[in-house]
Design a protein around this ligand. Structure first.
Ligand SMILES: Cc1ncc(COP(=O)(O)O)c(C=O)c1O
Length: 357
């Protein structure tokens, strides 16, 4: 039986990538050692690192005025590292909150500055993106979450930053479609959805925003220091970086981000169209904000939840339980989820509805 993994993260990786890693696990590029066993300072790893950064830059068309940093601590560490670096003498930052991750970013930033809500979608129960974002010119930056993983809320367009540097937590939809990096001051993403295994966080930061860090911070949290040491102030997560490199090469072979966008939109449409046409399932997110990565839905009869989950597992459809804050179900259909996985899920849901609806 084919297993399809709909987990939100750590998430499914392309099978081809796992097979490649398996094939060279004991002997990386003929050196007789595993990639996990070689020094990050040696030329073998250094060359690999250059290739990986350059593939990532190519995929996202990152201009030379931006630095790419390979950091640790997850997106959660960036919730603090962003204000530590980007306040630059200011005392306030603007945040757009469209879900729980944005809220977490706010509570961390509030330890360093006054947080101003440029838009807060909590009062409407997190089911949409805002119509209006109001910034304050005295704020240091505007932060938003391009895809809220828990309830499946995605911005389809980049918000207007109204003169502030725009900062984006892109953890759960980075590399799912092309984006214009020049619209951003900084983008960050934990790796464990569309990039690779957990333990790695990618940061893309405009050069002129670096260098004015809050006092008494570790050098590890100073973007300029991290950039000047090519992300190797200390030992980087070498295996996670290597895996990310395999994923970037896989993405290039798939036709890059234009091809991914086309596939991702097709997969998501199949699932949302089916949910909308059914009388057993319901999606509570407004159509314009429905995520192409995390499809959150509910069974109208919640008493059927556990039967749905156990029958799904018997059919090889894993990790469909919704986040505990949202309840219901969530199908994460990142880049590496093949279209056949979505077809199998729709077929299962149709049959489940026929038997239980
Ligand atoms: C949008 C978003 N931001 C932040 C995080 C937190 O990431 P990490 O666990 O890498 O700190 C997640 C994790 O799932 C996420 O989906």
């Amino acid at each position: 039986m084919t297993i399809y993994n709909f987990g939100a993260g750590p998430a499914v990786l392309p099978r081809e990538v796992l097979l490649e890693a398996q094939a060279e696990l004991l002997d990386f590029r003929g050196c007789g050692m595993s990639i996990m066993e070689i020094s990050h300072r040696g030329s073998l790893f250094q060359n690999l690192y250059e290739e990986i950064e350059s593939d990532f830059r190519m995929l996202l068309s990152i201009p030379s005025t931006y630095r790419v940093l390979f950091m640790q601590g997850g997106a959660t560490a960036q919730f603090a590292i962003v204000p530590i670096n980007l306040l630059r003498g200011k005392r306030q930052a603007d945040y757009v909150v469209t879900g729980e991750w944005g809220q977490k970013a706010v509570s961390e930033a509030a330890r360093f500055c006054t947080v101003r809500y440029a838009a807060d979608m909590q009062p409407s129960g997190f089911d949409d993106v805002p119509d209006v974002i109001e910034t304050d010119p005295s704020s240091a930056y505007l932060h938003y979450t391009s895809n809220e993983t828990i309830r499946g809320i995605e911005f389809k367009a980049i918000p207007e930053a109204q003169g502030l540097p725009l900062v984006c937590d892109m953890s759960s939809n980075i590399l799912s479609r092309p984006v214009d990096i020049t619209r951003f001051g900084l983008v960050y993403a934990g790796a464990q959805k569309n990039i690779g295994p957990s333990g790695l966080t990618l940061v893309v930061v405009r050069e002129d925003l670096m260098g004015e860090v809050l006092p008494q911070q570790s050098r590890l949290f100073d973007y300029r220091q991290v950039a000047s040491q090519k992300s190797m102030l200390n030992t980087p997560p070498t295996f996670a970086i290597y895996m990310a490199g395999l994923v970037f090469r896989w993405l290039k072979r798939q036709g890059g981000l234009v091809a991914m966008q086309c596939l991702n939109e097709r997969k998501a449409k199949k699932l949302y169209d089916y949910i909308d046409s059914s009388s057993l399932y319901v999606c509570r997110v407004k159509a314009r904000a429905r995520s192409c990565m995390n499809v959150a839905f509910y069974l109208r009869d919640e008493l059927l939840n556990s039967r749905f989950l156990s029958d799904a597992e018997k059919a090889g459809l894993m990790q469909l339980r919704g986040h505990k804050l949202a309840g219901g179900m969530r199908a994460s259909i990142y880049n590496a989820m093949p279209e056949e996985g979505v077809d199998a899920l729709v077929a299962f849901m149709t049959e489940f509805e026929r038997l239980n609806g």
